[in-house]
Design a protein. Structure first.
Length: 396
C-alpha cells in the first residue's frame, strides 16, 4: 500500500515549494470530518480556508455537479449558459448588488474590482493617475494588482514595482483614511472583517463613516467579502450587518464551496459607468460547471437556513473560546464575528499548538503571526464545538 510519506516525498519533488505543508495527505471528507490516507480522522475547523461551508459530501450539492458534468462543463463567454444566469441572479439577490462578473479565484475578483474602479474614475475625468486607499495588514490576494493593495510588505517586497497609486491607511482609524484622500482617490478597498491579518472586524462606526466619506467625494467603496462573506459572520454578506452597501464587492472562497470560483459585483451607479465589452474577460469565468456549484450553494443556503444556523450556533463558539481565554494565561484575546473567530496567542508559538491539534485529530489554521483561526464549515453543531474545545485543550 502506498502511504502518505511516499506521496509527500513525490509531491515535494514535483510541486513548486511555495507552501510549508502539514505532513498529512487528505483523502476524503464526510460532514465536518476529514480523513487522511491512513484513515486517521480529523475534525475540520479550517474548511479548506473558509471554503467548504456546507461540509463534505452533501448529496444535493454533489448530485448537482455530477448532473452538470454530464450536460456541459464549459462553453466560453462567447455564449450564454443556464447556470451562469441562475447563479448571477441568486448572487445579486443575496448581495443587493446590480451586476456581477464571475472569476476563477478571489485574487481575480480583486483585479476586476480595481479595474472597474479605475475605469469609473477615468470616464469621469480622463486622468490616468488615480489612487486607491487600502488598509495596513490587509490581504487581497497574490496576483500583482491584488498584491499591490495588500498591506503586508513581506508579501510585496520581492515583486516590486507593483501597480502605482496605492496609499495605505490604518484599519479602523477614520482619520488615517481621511489623511490619505486626495483629488485623485478613486476607491477605498477593505475587508469587512480582516482575515489573514489576524481576524479584525471593522468597527461599525468606522465602516459607516467610510461610506459617508466615499459618498461625499464620489469615491468607490470596495468591500472584500472573499473570506467573511457567504454567511460566515451570521449575515449573507458581512456588510449587511453594518447597514452599509458597497459600490463594488468581491466574493470567492465559500461561493462555490470547493469549486474554484469568485466574483466581483457592482452597484447600479458603478455598473452603468465602468467596464464595457473589450475591457475585461476570462476564458473560464462564468463557466457552467462552476456556476452550477454557485447556484446550488445559494439554494442549499436557503434550504438549510445556513445563516440562521450560524446566528444560533456561533454565540456558543464565542462563549467557549472566551472561557479558554479566561482560563489560559497565554491566550490574550478573542476577536471575530460568527464562525470567523480568532484567538490571539502570546508566548507560545501558534504553529506548535496547531501541530499538536492535528496530532489530536483537529484541523485548525493560523492567521497573522500569533492568532489561532477558527473558520469551520458553517454546518457545525454545538457537539462539534465541544469536541473541538476538548481536542484543543489537550493540545495546549
Ligand atoms: C483568500 C482571500 C483572497 C484571495 O483569494 P484567492 O482565491 O486565494 O485568490 C482575497 N481576499 C481575501 C479577504 C481572502 O481571504
Amino acid at each position: 500500500m502506498t502511504c502518505s510519506k511516499d506521496y509527500i516525498e513525490r509531491a515535494e519533488h514535483a510541486v513548486l515549494h511555495t507552501y510549508n505543508r502539514y505532513q498529512i495527505v487528505l483523502e476524503k471528507g464526510k460532514g465536518v470530518r476529514l480523513y487522511d490516507l491512513e484513515g486517521k480522522e480529523y475534525l475540520d475547523f479550517g474548511a479548506g480556508i473558509a471554503v467548504f461551508a456546507l461540509g463534505y459530501g452533501n448529496e444535493d450539492y454533489n448530485q448537482a455537479l455530477k448532473d452538470q458534468i454530464d450536460k456541459l462543463i464549459h462553453t466560453s463567454n462567447l455564449f450564454y449558459n443556464v447556470p451562469m444566469t441562475e447563479a448571477a441572479e441568486k448572487l445579486l439577490k443575496a448581495s443587493g448588488m446590480s451586476k456581477v462578473f464571475f472569476t476563477n479565484s478571489g485574487t481575480e475578483a480583486i483585479e476586476g474590482a480595481i479595474k472597474a474602479a479605475r475605469k469609473y474614475a477615468w470616464l469621469k475625468d480622463g486622468s490616468t493617475d488615480h489612487e486607491i486607499i487600502a488598509m495596513k495588514h490587509s490581504f487581497h490576494g497574490r496576483s500583482l494588482g491584488a498584491l499591490s493593495v495588500t498591506g503586508n510588505s513581506h508579501y510585496q517586497e520581492p515583486f516590486k514595482p507593483l501597480i502605482g497609486g496605492i496609499r495605505f491607511a490604518e484599519f479602523n482609524d477614520l482619520e488615517s483614511v481621511k489623511a490619505q484622500v486626495t483629488e485623485k482617490t478613486c476607491a477605498v478597498i477593505l475587508e469587512t472583517v480582516q482575515g489573514e491579518g489576524g481576524i479584525y472586524p471593522a468597527q461599525k462606526e468606522f465602516l459607516q463613516e467610510i461610506r459617508r466619506l466615499c459618498d461625499e467625494k464620489d469615491i468607490l467603496l470596495i468591500l472584500d467579502e472573499i473570506q467573511c462573506g457567504m454567511g460566515r459572520t451570521g449575515s449573507m454578506f458581512a456588510y449587511q450587518s453594518y447597514g452599509v452597501q458597497p459600490d463594488i464587492m468581491t466574493t470567492a472562497k465559500a461561493l462555490g464551496c470547493g469549486v474554484p470560483v469568485g466574483a466581483f459585483a457592482l452597484n447600479e451607479k458603478t455598473a452603468a459607468a465602468s467596464l464595457v465589452p473589450g475591457d475585461h474577460g476570462t476564458t473560464y469565468g462564468g463557466n457552467p460547471f462552476a456556476c452550477a456549484a454557485v447556484s446550488k450553494v445559494f439554494d442549499l443556503f436557503e434550504e438549510l437556513d445556513i445563516v440562521k444556523h450560524v446566528q444560533e450556533t456561533a454565540p456558543y463558539l464565542e462563549e467557549k473560546l472566551d472561557q479558554l481565554v479566561e482560563k489560559y494565561d497565554f491566550l490574550a484575546e478573542r476577536r471575530g464575528k460568527g464562525f470567523m473567530q480568532g484567538v490571539e496567542v502570546t508566548v507560545r508559538p501558534v504553529g506548535e499548538i496547531i501541530q499538536k491539534a492535528m496530532d489530536n485529530g483537529l484541523i485548525l489554521m493560523s492567521a497573522g503571526t500569533n492568532v489561532l483561526r477558527f473558520v469551520p464549515p458553517l454546518v457545525i453543531t454545538k457537539a462539534d464545538i465541544d469536541e473541538m474545545i476538548e481536542k484543543l485543550e489537550k493540545s495546549f
